[in-house]
Design a protein around this ligand. Structure first.
Ligand code: ZN
Length: 207
């Protein structure tokens, strides 16, 4: 939630490193230490898979957070000068310290075309931009937000609160935002998962 608000205030998707250097607020992520270790702290990862949707099979909400920014594929065609689009062969969580770059990243577009399918959650597109920031095209952002059907510590509905915070952040960043309540696939277990989370955890993700 904090990270999503920062993106809206800043007008684009930020690398973890950019946000840190500019002393912007972002939530800690389980992958932060790995990102630093492997030199991808300034890389913007743009999963091509909706992890929440995909996790209908493994029964859990996306632990990176309930705010999904949806980008048009067109973004890749309009990258600023000096930017590079890359795809990992495996998630950095499964990289080895000693392996060469060629084991981590696909080396050309043909390799990507042959190996990247819509189901591949662990092969991840990424963008490296000199500025560290991927601007929202035309200052417009589209968000899909989970509704955990829970209350915050304050007693406020988590979804209502989160939506209002995102809208306020968008207004600060002069971003036109559309926010949709997530419609889950049949069999998605997120509601029952969210029901088991403690209130402080709900506050962390939606507060
Ligand atoms: Zn769901």
């Amino acid at each position: 939630m904090v990270t999503g608000c920062t993106y809206l205030q800043q007008g684009g998707i930020l690398s973890r490193g950019f946000a840190e250097e500019h002393r912007l607020q972002q939530s800690a992520q389980p992958t932060d230490e790995l990102d630093k270790k492997y030199g991808i702290w300034h890389t913007i990862f743009v999963p091509h898979v909706d992890i929440h949707d995909r996790q209908g099979q493994t029964k859990a909400p996306n632990l990176f957070g309930p705010v999904l920014f949806v980008l048009d594929l067109e973004v890749l065609l309009r990258l600023p000068p000096g930017a590079e689009a890359l795809v990992t062969k495996r998630s950095p969580a499964y990289w080895y310290d000693t392996e060469p770059d060629s084991a981590r990243w696909f080396q050309n577009a043909e390799e990507v075309a042959q190996n990247l399918s819509p189901d591949e959650i662990h092969k991840m597109p990424a963008i490296q931009i000199p500025s560290g920031k991927l601007d929202f095209p035309n200052r417009r952002a589209r968000i899909i937000l989970d509704d955990p059907q829970r209350q915050l510590q304050s007693g406020e509905n988590a979804y209502t609160h989160a939506e209002a915070r995102l809208r306020a952040a968008a207004a600060q960043g002069k971003i036109e935002v559309s926010i949709e309540r997530r419609k889950c696939q049949v069999g998605c277990a997120c509601t029952s998962k969210y029901a088991t989370w403690s209130t402080p955890v709900i506050d962390f993700y939606f507060g």
